[in-house]
Each structure stands twice: as structure tokens, then as C-alpha cells.
Design a protein around this ligand. Sequence first.
Ligand code: PLP
Length: 405
Amino acid sequence: MKSSLSYEQLRAAANEYGTPLYVYHAEKIVSQYQNLLSHFSSNNTRFFYASKALTNIHILDVVKRSGCNVDCSSINEAKLALHVGFEPKNILYTSNSVSFEEIYEAVSLGIHVNIDSLSNLEKFGEKFGNRYPVGVRVRPNIMAGGNLKISTGHDKSKFGIPVTQLNELIEIQEKYNINIATLHIHTGSEIKDVAVFLQSAEVFDTLLASFPTVNVLDFGGGFKVPYQPNEKGTDIALLGAEVNKAMMRLSEKYGRKLMAWFEPGKYMVSECGYFVTTVNVLKQSGDIHFAGINTGLNHLIRPMFYDSYHHIDNISNPTASPQRYAVVGNICETDTFAWDREIPTIQEGDFLVFYNAGAYGYEMASNYNARFKPAQVLFEDGISKLISRRDTFEDLLSLQLPLHK
Ligand SMILES: *Cc1c(COP(=O)(O)O)cnc(C)c1O
């Protein structure tokens, strides 16, 4: 698998900053956004980077400079975006199961809000009536996404207001004269099939007549990117063409100028990221060759949590003949990154890199086993800079009150 950062750049970063190390490539983020822009109608489509994938403010700054907007999953993410200098009108907060106080705070920050329960919508109506345009997340009862854990639109999902409760939704809208400006559907992550997004358009079609103030259809995120060497991601060109058609049809049918919004997370940052680790120990047992590395599920949980595939390469010796390895972590827990994987022959001390480490990598890292969280480095214009330092022992104690006064 070809990296956009070279082996040499990754090795240099590992030598300079130490491992385990998350390394990101700014130009890749920008080119992903440019690719989206090139395939969707420019005058009625907006993209909001789902920042929960990677919230470091230097990454948010790259996103902002690219011209992309930002979607948040918590009020703190919204505050990080404001901190970076995003304008409130370019920030969207898609809330779920949050207290009404957070929605109230989002309104006072002046950002867009998607509400995902009848209960919070009712409170919103009581408080704001029609004074603040708001989005409503509906649950379309569509099964989509890479696996059940990352599917959010099916009929047992906690997300959104079920389409079967349409009458209650309309009742609340009418009771408080709420200005519902956006209908939102996010069916899951790693959706390769363009038809899933068109199904969302069909659901919007059944709803639009009941929501005369809606002028935005928010299709959520979930575009698939390739993780395996020969895998294909979502066909963005096809998606763009089909969504443009659907939007034209709906705009005409309902006599309104409708905007399409999207919230890509993985698509924006997955491939920009590399997780560089060091092999501590080689161990053989029967015909299994273990490569024990200086990290674990505390730093990259996706393989154990989602059974995710991350391509692994030996950047210290990429041309060595391949052997099969079980790549395991250093946590007191079974934390296997790959069970039986061909990797160029490994020596202790080699650097192994995990690809697709930009999205939900560092962001889901923890201090489990009282280990330090890795440092993060950003390459831009060929130059690397540290964007968050590795933890220190003091950091482990920093939130704990001292034993002895
Ligand atoms: C997580 C999330 C996204 C982004 O999903 P990706 O698979 O990373 O693109 C978009 N919208 C909402 C509401 C989300 O919760």
C-alpha cells in the first residue's frame, strides 16, 4: 500500500519524536476535501468534518484552512472548533442523548443544532418557539454500515427520532411553531453502497411535505475508505452525481431550494494518519511468530473493538521477504492487532506502521495500564511539527489529589 508520507519521513519522525507516535499528513486531508468538492454541486452542498474522528486543534486548523465546516458530537467539540476560529455558522452540533442544557448552550453559541429526541425537541420548542432554526435527526430504520457496532439507522438503534413517530414529531412542531430547517439522517459508518444515501433521499421525500420550513437535507457521514490493500471505498464521483440528481428532483418537487449537507469523519482523516510503533519482542510458539510492539489497545482500539483491519508495514525494512506474524500489544489483556499477517521480516527494534490511523485512533486512546498516551505529529509542506506531546509521569498524577497534604 502506497503511503503519501514516505517511509523515510515516517522513520525520521519516529527517530525524532520517539514511538509510539501518531503522524498525520495535512495535504491528504485537504485533498480528500477537494475530492468531495469536485464531485458535488458547488452551490447547494456543504461538508462538515465530523471532528470526533480526530479533534486535535492543529488538525481542526487544517480543516478550517481548507474551507470545510465542522460537525460536533459534544458541546466541547463545538468549543474546540470555536477556539480554532471556526465561525458559529460553520459549526454543526449533532447531539444524541444529551441534556437540554447542552442544546441550550449550543443555541447561545449560535451554532447549528440537530436534535435527536422528541423530549429535547419539546423542551426546545418551549424555550425558543420559532426563534431559532433547528435540525431534527430522524431514524430511517435502514440497516447500513460496516458492522452492527457502527450502524446507527436501524430499527433498534438509539439514534434519532424513529420515522414511525412522525405524527408526534409533527404535533410538537405545530404546537410550538418550531422552525425545523434541517432533516438529518446518519445511518452508520463505512457505507460503501451509494444506494444507502439514495434511500435516505427517499425517506426525506416522504417527510418533506410535513416540514414546510425545511431547506437542508443532512445525509450524515459514513463514507467508506479503503483499509485493505485492494479494497475500494465509496465511489464519491457516483455518489456526487446521484445525490445531485436526487436533490434537483426534490427541490423541483417541493418548490424549494434545498441544500445537501454531509458530515464525513473517516473520509477526511483516516488515510492521513500513520501510527508508528517499535517491535519490543519477537517470540515463537509452535508455528506462530509473535511480534510484540510497544503499544496496545490503549492506543489503537479499533482492531479489538471493531475487528478492524489496519494494514501493517515494516518501515525499517520494507523490502525484506514477507513472513507471517501475530502482531500483539504490551497491555495485560489480549490485544492482538493482527492474527496471521504477512509483513516484511521483522527484527527486534524495527518500526511497524499502521495505516488508516487518522480516524478514531488517537481519539479513542486511553491511559489504560497507566501507560502514556502517544505524541502526535503533523507533516505540512514536508515539515513535521509536534502537535501534542507524549504524556509524562506527572500527567498520570495530574488529576489525582495528593496522598499526603
Ligand atoms: C460519527 C458521525 C459521523 C462521521 O462518521 P464517519 O464514519 O467517520 O464518516 C457523522 N455524523 C454523525 C452524526 C456521527 O455521529
